[in-house]
Design a protein around this ligand. Structure first.
Ligand code: GDP
Ligand code: MG
Length: 162
């Protein structure tokens, strides 16, 4: 069956003020579509994404979501610890229903605030490696491209899981 548009529910989860709204707005108000010509990126645009962001764990939302963007701020240690907890909770919740690998992308936001960094890139990478997630560091405030890669990466993961 050929589907012209695929749909996916995406939950952005992360502590208050890590930049979930900023990432969403950056993604939704993109202005450079013409510059993204390759097939992988094109596929992003036939994917209809329903985005919801929350700062607390909500089991119904976890069930609703096909993919997760777990956001922390590189300047906020507690928000990084929160991501670790959310990964465990999501996997436990999804496993209850016999789902296989869960599409999760970990995002360290506010990369531009390097002078206030308290979570190293290495820690983010290691967490992603040990939990089988993707990992990106971005600045929603400064660049669009990194944010696009986050959503693109998640769409690829969701496709693989279907
Ligand atoms: P949310 O609570 O996770 O939705 O966080 P917001 O998107 O509302 O962002 C919280 C604050 O952090 C706002 O003042 C944003 O302007 C700021 N912010 C978000 N992303 C970035 C970023 O990448 N760099 C910097 N410097 N500030 C950011
Ligand atoms: Mg918000």
């Amino acid at each position: 069956k050929l589907m012209l548009t695929m749909e996916a529910n995406v939950l952005l989860l992360g502590a208050d003020s890590v930049g979930k709204s900023a990432l969403t707005v950056r993604f939704l108000t993109r202005r450079f579509i013409g510059e993204y010509g390759d097939i992988g990126k094109l596929l992003l645009f036939v994917f209809l994404l329903y985005l919801v962001s929350q700062d607390h764990f909500d089991e119904k939302r976890i069930q609703w979501a096909d993919g997760f963007i777990l956001v922390y701020s590189i300047c906020d240690r507690a928000s990084f610890n929160g991501v670790q907890q959310h990964i465990e909770s999501i996997k436990a919740t999804k496993d209850n229903f016999g789902t296989e690998k869960v599409p999760i992308v970990i995002v360290g936001n506010k990369r531009d605030l390097h002078h206030r960094r308290v979570v190293s890139s290495e820690e983010g990478r290691l967490l992603a490696l040990s939990t089988d997630c993707d990992f990106y560091e971005v600045s929603a405030a400064e660049t669009y491209h990194g944010v696009l890669l986050v959503f693109h990466g998640l769409v690829e993961r969701i496709k693989d899981s279907k």
